[in-house]
Design a protein around this ligand. Sequence first.
Ligand code: ADP
Ligand code: ADP
Length: 223
Amino acid sequence: MIQFEQVSKVYSGGRSALDNVNFHLKRGEMAFLTGHSGAGKSTLLKLITAIERPTLGTVTINGADVGQLKRHQVPFLRRNIGIIFQDHNLLMDRSVYDNVALPLLIEGFAEREIEKRVEAALDMVGLGDKLGYAPMHLSGGEQQRVGIARAVVARPPLLLADEPTGNLDPKLSMEILRLFEAFNRAGTTVLIATHDLGLIARMRYRTLTLKQGRMICADEVAA
Ligand code: ADP
Ligand code: ADP
């Protein structure tokens, strides 16, 4: 699903963010990506979504060489990737329903299908009774779950999360991780960038560790 071969990224100012990174995440796998601030986690995620291109090496996502994609092909890549952010980027004054429906509206789904999928996604994250709420009236943990429902509503085969529990206490963080686990069990490939080592230690998943742009112990497989 995700393959990095000798990938380096040097930003235009000359700053090296990734240095000869190699790893492979199989379809159906779930893994953590960790490392200190500045280690290159966000850059790695941005290479997967073609927000940034590799300076050297090859990034292959779902069979496609991301570095070679033409601009008009990028939306097709992103359609297959659900992305969850720490700050979830919700429209605070629109309803929970509208927020989750947005990706499907953009894709041009029929209204009946949108309704079905939005309700299913919100049920999965335990917010089936909050369709009409505005996110600003929900707790931080609930808002993050709206962001997750929005990321999975189009049923992408790959889920990426960038510090998804950054603003949550340990109990809520664990609940969020259990959700990722449930999507993974249903067949979704999941990559979670986090520097919350305590959280990672409580789960038996492979951990990819970046240190100053280099990946260490990429092939160490737990479980
Ligand atoms: P992390 O997500 O692990 O905190 P990043 O991928 O954001 O790490 O950053 C890795 C390195 O690349 C850092 O030194 C950061 O300052 C640098 N960097 C990130 N984005 C840019 C950018 N757009 N331009 C220049 N340097 C950047
Ligand atoms: P971090 O705080 O994790 O280092 P950055 O500050 O480098 O993240 O990220 C800057 C912004 O880039 C984020 O707020 C987010 O909007 C966007 N971003 C980060 N990762 C991705 C990604 N995988 N796909 C799309 N956008 C991303």
